[in-house]
Design a protein. Structure first.
Length: 310
């Protein structure tokens, strides 16, 4: 049975370029059909296509983010297949984003007045442009000709930094759509896709934290030079994880006070005008959870023993 499954997951139709086609062809067909069904000779229609096309791309960046963690948490043929094809899943995301980029180009070139009155906001522009710069650099350096032009550290920075940034962008968009706009703008209500994309992005990152915790725990158990966290540390860790989980579903209750506090120093309020994602409200629940996992899996060196490097 397992051998059969392993054989299926090695089939070339669902690996590398074959897999890319499986995802990219329907994505392009649906984008094309939606485009022919939308009045893109109006700026509103183009704006609609910007949102529509990016919804096809977003699931694939989430799949890329989760790939390595799923392999750590659930080793097996499926997770190995997922991990092996991470680069091609990333390229599908890039194709989805190329559709969005084309519509952004149309809007900002042919409907400049609309673009600058309805869309342009400096910080969003910086965030979006950084996202696209990362995306282009990631695509180029995922092929041999681009990879050999950067050293190992630069490659890691581009790929890892890009994955985190391009996950953070949609995740935060949907966080604002759920927990902020419906409460400050009477015409805005969260829709089903906002919930799906927010929770899917949350889960993708949660898996990364869980995989990190599992790796730390394993190292802790293996090491004979470290002792396990104390009962107090475990309680604190679990408490932080629970707090993070509660906060992840209740942003509308804490947003106001936390945001005012985080933007209280003048330098922080200033940074919020241009620094992407600052002051990081959508990410705070995940930070709490990561801190909790860190505390609950932190080993202390035994008295007199050398500190082992985890
Ligand atoms: C300079 C670059 C960018 C510009 C000008 C831009 C512009 C836009 C516009 C006009 C919308 C539609 C807003 C509306 O419905 O009123 C939108 C939505 C969105 N964009 Fe971008 N964007 C950029 C880059 C990016 C990047 C890099 C990402 C990363 C994945 C991204 C993700 C999204 C998401 C998730 C939505 C919401 C889609 C939905 O309604 O479900 N954008 N963007």
């Amino acid at each position: 049975m397992n051998i059969e499954l392993a054989k299926i997951f090695k089939h070339k139709a669902i690996n590398t370029w074959g897999l890319l086609l499986v995802f990219a062809v329907p994505m392009c067909i649906f984008n094309y059909l939606a485009m022919t069904d939308t009045n893109i000779s109006s700026p509103e229609g183009v704006s609609h296509m910007i949102s529509y096309s990016v919804r096809w791309a977003v699931p694939f960046i989430y799949l890329v983010v989760a790939a390595s963690s799923v392999k750590v948490l659930f080793p097996g043929v499926f997770s190995s297949w997922w991990m092996r094809n991470r680069k091609y899943i990333g390229l599908v995301f890039a194709i989805g984003m190329a559709w969005q980029a084309a519509f952004i180009f149309i809007l900002s070139t042919f409907y400049r007045d609309y673009y600058f009155s309805e869309v342009y906001y400096f910080r969003d522009e910086v965030e979006g442009s950084v996202g696209y710069i990362f995306l282009v650099a990631m695509v180029i350096t995922s092929f041999q000709f681009g990879r050999k032009r950067v050293n190992q550290a630069q490659w890691k920075l581009i790929q890892k930094g890009g994955i985190y940034f391009l996950w953070a962008y949609p995740f935060s968009v949907y966080w604002w759509n759920l927990f902020y706009y419906p409460y400050v703008e009477s015409y805005s209500t969260a829709e089903l896709h906002d919930y799906i994309f927010y929770w899917a992005g949350f889960l993708a990152f949660l898996l990364r934290i869980a995989a990190w915790g599992k790796t730390r725990n394993k190292a802790l158990k293996k090491s004979n030079q470290l002792e396990s966290p104390s009962g107090l540390e475990l309680c604190l860790g679990v408490g932080l994880i629970l707090l993070g989980l509660i906060a992840s579903a209740t942003g509308n209750y804490w947003f106001d006070s936390v945001s005012s506090l985080a933007s209280f120093p003048a330098w922080s309020a200033e940074m919020a005008l241009w620094l992407p994602f600052w002051p990081l409200e959508p990410f705070m629940p995940l930070m709490l959870i990561a801190a909790g996992v860190g505390v609950a899996t932190k080993g202390r060196s035994l008295r007199g023993a050398e500190v082992a490097k985890i």
